[in-house]
Design a binder for this molecule. Structure first.
Ligand SMILES: O=c1ccn([C@H]2C[C@H](O)[C@@H](COP(=O)(O)O)O2)c(=O)[nH]1
Ligand code: ZN
Length: 185
Protein backbone atom coordinates (compact mmCIF):
# COMPACT_ATOMS: atom_id res chain seq x y z
CA UNK A 1 0.00 0.00 0.00
CA UNK A 2 1.19 3.47 -0.85
CA UNK A 3 2.40 5.55 2.03
CA UNK A 4 0.76 8.97 1.53
CA UNK A 5 3.64 10.63 3.39
CA UNK A 6 6.24 9.22 1.05
CA UNK A 7 6.98 11.18 -2.13
CA UNK A 8 7.59 8.23 -4.47
CA UNK A 9 5.96 9.64 -7.54
CA UNK A 10 8.98 10.28 -9.78
CA UNK A 11 7.33 13.22 -11.47
CA UNK A 12 6.94 15.00 -8.13
CA UNK A 13 10.48 14.47 -6.96
CA UNK A 14 12.63 17.48 -7.55
CA UNK A 15 16.26 16.44 -8.20
CA UNK A 16 17.41 19.62 -6.44
CA UNK A 17 15.86 18.46 -3.20
CA UNK A 18 17.22 14.93 -3.40
CA UNK A 19 20.87 15.67 -4.05
CA UNK A 20 23.40 17.40 -1.88
CA UNK A 21 23.70 21.13 -2.62
CA UNK A 22 26.75 22.08 -4.63
CA UNK A 23 26.61 25.84 -4.22
CA UNK A 24 26.85 25.87 -0.42
CA UNK A 25 29.27 28.36 1.14
CA UNK A 26 32.73 26.91 1.56
CA UNK A 27 34.45 27.72 4.88
CA UNK A 28 36.58 30.66 3.70
CA UNK A 29 33.71 32.44 1.95
CA UNK A 30 31.58 31.81 5.02
CA UNK A 31 34.08 33.29 7.51
CA UNK A 32 34.85 36.24 5.25
CA UNK A 33 31.10 36.87 4.93
CA UNK A 34 30.81 36.87 8.72
CA UNK A 35 33.57 39.50 8.83
CA UNK A 36 31.71 41.62 6.27
CA UNK A 37 28.39 41.20 8.07
CA UNK A 38 30.04 42.33 11.29
CA UNK A 39 31.45 45.39 9.46
CA UNK A 40 27.85 46.43 8.85
CA UNK A 41 27.66 47.27 12.57
CA UNK A 42 30.34 49.96 12.17
CA UNK A 43 29.32 53.60 12.49
CA UNK A 44 32.41 54.79 10.63
CA UNK A 45 31.05 56.78 7.68
CA UNK A 46 34.00 56.11 5.39
CA UNK A 47 35.46 52.67 6.13
CA UNK A 48 33.65 49.76 7.76
CA UNK A 49 35.96 46.90 8.75
CA UNK A 50 34.98 43.52 10.17
CA UNK A 51 37.08 40.69 11.57
CA UNK A 52 36.31 37.07 12.41
CA UNK A 53 38.67 34.76 14.32
CA UNK A 54 38.42 31.03 13.68
CA UNK A 55 40.12 28.12 15.44
CA UNK A 56 41.50 24.93 13.88
CA UNK A 57 38.12 23.21 14.28
CA UNK A 58 36.48 25.85 12.03
CA UNK A 59 34.73 27.36 15.03
CA UNK A 60 34.31 31.11 15.32
CA UNK A 61 35.92 32.32 18.54
CA UNK A 62 35.81 36.11 18.10
CA UNK A 63 34.11 38.75 15.97
CA UNK A 64 34.66 42.51 15.86
CA UNK A 65 34.24 45.70 13.85
CA UNK A 66 35.73 49.18 14.05
CA UNK A 67 34.03 51.38 16.57
CA UNK A 68 34.52 53.68 19.52
CA UNK A 69 35.61 52.13 22.83
CA UNK A 70 33.05 50.77 25.29
CA UNK A 71 31.34 53.44 27.41
CA UNK A 72 32.55 56.21 25.05
CA UNK A 73 29.52 57.45 23.19
CA UNK A 74 30.01 57.40 19.45
CA UNK A 75 27.88 60.54 19.34
CA UNK A 76 30.41 62.41 21.49
CA UNK A 77 33.53 61.43 19.55
CA UNK A 78 34.47 62.70 16.07
CA UNK A 79 34.23 60.62 12.88
CA UNK A 80 36.19 63.05 10.68
CA UNK A 81 39.27 61.93 8.75
CA UNK A 82 40.90 65.32 8.35
CA UNK A 83 41.69 68.33 10.53
CA UNK A 84 43.32 68.62 13.92
CA UNK A 85 44.29 65.05 14.92
CA UNK A 86 42.35 65.27 18.18
CA UNK A 87 39.24 66.22 16.20
CA UNK A 88 39.49 63.15 13.96
CA UNK A 89 38.42 59.55 14.67
CA UNK A 90 41.97 58.20 14.55
CA UNK A 91 43.07 58.61 18.20
CA UNK A 92 39.82 57.08 19.47
CA UNK A 93 38.48 54.34 17.22
CA UNK A 94 39.16 50.68 18.10
CA UNK A 95 40.10 48.64 15.08
CA UNK A 96 38.09 45.58 14.05
CA UNK A 97 40.98 43.20 14.73
CA UNK A 98 41.45 44.56 18.26
CA UNK A 99 37.75 44.16 18.99
CA UNK A 100 37.66 40.62 17.60
CA UNK A 101 40.62 39.63 19.79
CA UNK A 102 39.15 41.34 22.87
CA UNK A 103 35.75 39.74 22.22
CA UNK A 104 37.18 36.21 22.14
CA UNK A 105 34.93 33.59 23.71
CA UNK A 106 37.76 31.22 24.64
CA UNK A 107 40.85 31.54 26.78
CA UNK A 108 43.30 31.96 23.92
CA UNK A 109 43.29 32.63 20.18
CA UNK A 110 46.75 31.15 19.80
CA UNK A 111 47.06 29.23 16.53
CA UNK A 112 43.85 30.74 15.13
CA UNK A 113 43.17 32.41 11.78
CA UNK A 114 41.76 35.92 11.48
CA UNK A 115 39.54 36.87 8.52
CA UNK A 116 39.57 40.62 7.84
CA UNK A 117 37.97 42.87 5.28
CA UNK A 118 41.09 45.05 5.07
CA UNK A 119 44.77 44.14 5.42
CA UNK A 120 45.61 44.87 9.10
CA UNK A 121 47.55 48.02 9.99
CA UNK A 122 50.82 47.88 11.98
CA UNK A 123 49.01 48.36 15.31
CA UNK A 124 46.70 45.44 14.55
CA UNK A 125 49.65 43.38 13.29
CA UNK A 126 51.23 43.80 16.74
CA UNK A 127 48.04 42.62 18.43
CA UNK A 128 47.71 39.69 16.04
CA UNK A 129 51.28 38.61 16.74
CA UNK A 130 51.00 39.02 20.51
CA UNK A 131 47.74 37.09 20.63
CA UNK A 132 49.35 34.11 18.87
CA UNK A 133 47.16 34.26 15.74
CA UNK A 134 49.04 32.41 13.01
CA UNK A 135 47.21 33.30 9.82
CA UNK A 136 45.58 36.41 8.32
CA UNK A 137 43.11 36.09 5.45
CA UNK A 138 42.24 39.51 4.06
CA UNK A 139 40.02 40.79 1.28
CA UNK A 140 41.34 44.23 0.36
CA UNK A 141 44.87 45.57 0.41
CA UNK A 142 43.94 49.04 -0.82
CA UNK A 143 46.44 50.83 1.45
CA UNK A 144 49.30 48.53 0.42
CA UNK A 145 51.76 51.37 -0.21
CA UNK A 146 51.14 53.16 3.12
CA UNK A 147 54.00 53.07 5.62
CA UNK A 148 51.65 51.47 8.17
CA UNK A 149 51.05 48.52 5.86
CA UNK A 150 54.72 48.20 4.97
CA UNK A 151 55.50 48.07 8.71
CA UNK A 152 52.66 45.61 9.20
CA UNK A 153 54.04 43.21 6.57
CA UNK A 154 57.52 43.54 8.06
CA UNK A 155 56.22 42.57 11.51
CA UNK A 156 54.05 39.71 10.24
CA UNK A 157 56.94 38.34 8.18
CA UNK A 158 59.36 38.47 11.11
CA UNK A 159 56.83 36.76 13.37
CA UNK A 160 56.04 34.10 10.72
CA UNK A 161 52.37 35.02 10.60
CA UNK A 162 51.07 33.89 7.20
CA UNK A 163 48.87 36.26 5.21
CA UNK A 164 46.80 35.46 2.13
CA UNK A 165 44.37 37.47 0.04
CA UNK A 166 40.97 35.83 -0.16
CA UNK A 167 39.66 35.04 -3.62
CA UNK A 168 35.94 34.39 -3.12
CA UNK A 169 34.31 31.40 -4.83
CA UNK A 170 30.93 33.10 -4.59
CA UNK A 171 31.11 36.48 -6.31
CA UNK A 172 27.97 37.65 -4.54
CA UNK A 173 26.33 36.58 -1.28
CA UNK A 174 22.94 38.12 -0.63
CA UNK A 175 20.66 37.84 2.37
CA UNK A 176 17.30 38.90 1.06
CA UNK A 177 14.86 38.93 3.98
CA UNK A 178 11.92 39.72 1.68
CA UNK A 179 12.63 36.64 -0.39
CA UNK A 180 13.14 34.48 2.72
CA UNK A 181 9.82 35.64 4.15
CA UNK A 182 8.05 34.98 0.85
CA UNK A 183 9.44 31.42 0.66
CA UNK A 184 8.42 30.60 4.23
CA UNK A 185 4.82 31.74 3.89
O1 LIG B 1 43.70 47.53 10.56
C1 LIG B 1 42.73 48.34 10.52
C2 LIG B 1 42.86 49.59 9.95
C3 LIG B 1 41.81 50.47 10.04
N1 LIG B 1 40.68 50.11 10.67
C4 LIG B 1 39.58 51.07 10.79
C5 LIG B 1 39.90 52.31 11.58
C6 LIG B 1 39.03 53.35 10.97
O2 LIG B 1 37.74 53.32 11.60
C7 LIG B 1 38.90 52.91 9.53
C8 LIG B 1 39.88 53.61 8.60
O3 LIG B 1 39.32 54.82 8.24
P1 LIG B 1 39.76 55.62 6.93
O4 LIG B 1 38.70 56.67 6.79
O5 LIG B 1 39.74 54.65 5.77
O6 LIG B 1 41.13 56.17 7.18
O7 LIG B 1 39.23 51.54 9.51
C9 LIG B 1 40.53 48.86 11.20
O8 LIG B 1 39.47 48.52 11.77
N2 LIG B 1 41.56 48.00 11.10
ZN1 ZN C 1 44.48 48.32 12.72
Amino acid sequence: MDNPCQQNDKENVSPDLDTKRKDYLEWRDYFMSVAFLSAQRSKDPSTQVGACIVNDENKIVGIGYNGMPNHCSDDDLPWARKGNWLDTKYPYVCHAEMNAIMNKNCSSVSGCTIYVALFPCNECAKLIIQSGIKKVIYMSDKHKENDCMIASRKLLDLAHVEYTQHIPKHRKIVIDFDNINARHK
